[in-house]
Design a protein around this ligand. Structure first.
Ligand code: URA
Length: 186
């Protein structure tokens, strides 16, 4: 089976997912990852916000538009990469996903997306994604901008685009992190 068909199958299997509390906390729909199933680079955010919940695609609101600009500044297009989130259902009032919700959704969906796509590099956007991949103790401010290794995949934690919208001064370090990613893509 082709990778895209396998991703479609995962999507179908989980479109009515009830595995974690977020299923009953007001989601409109399950928002799956989207993009190139053969991507060398994958971005992982936290979870769908209001726009994503309503429209069914990841990163399409204000933070998503900034992410698109970041990808284009890297000389890539959204269609070249794969974009996903730790949790696939919108947490109420955009609160941070709870550890249990992240653990369940990572095991059920995110880990399968990563295994199927097999990217060279994963860019973790913000604290939730970084904790989900590298462990709950990490502090994004201390470890961003460095590569970590996980099952042969290079992991680059950086700040979330929503954080950049509130703190434009953080755009410079994030751009440095993105340049490290470009330099390491083969
Ligand atoms: N923020 C995220 O972390 N993910 C989205 O899909 C949108 C906003």
């Amino acid at each position: 089976m082709k990778k895209q068909e396998e991703l479609n199958l995962i999507k179908k299997n989980y479109e009515k997912c009830q595995k974690c509390p977020l299923a009953k906390l007001g989601r409109t729909q399950v928002v799956f990852g989207k993009g190139n199933s053969n991507a060398k680079l994958m971005f992982i955010g936290e979870g769908p916000g209001r726009d994503e919940d309503l429209q069914g695609s990841p990163f399409i609101g204000r933070a998503g538009q900034l992410l698109t600009k970041m990808i284009e500044a890297m000389g890539l297009k959204r269609e070249d990469v794969y974009i996903s989130n730790v949790v696939k259902c919108r947490p109420p009032n955009n609160r941070t996903p709870l550890p249990d919700e992240s653990i369940i959704c990572k095991k059920e969906i995110l880990a399968k997306e990563i295994a199927l796509i097999g990217p060279q590099i994963i860019c973790c956007l913000g604290s939730s994604a970084t904790k989900a991949l590298l462990g709950d103790e990490i502090k994004i401010t201390q470890i961003r901008g460095q590569f970590f290794e996980l099952n042969g995949i290079k992991i680059m934690p950086t700040f979330h685009p929503a954080y950049l919208l509130r703190n434009p001064n953080a755009k410079r370090p994030v751009w440095q992190d993105l340049q490290k990613i470009i330099a390491n893509l083969k």
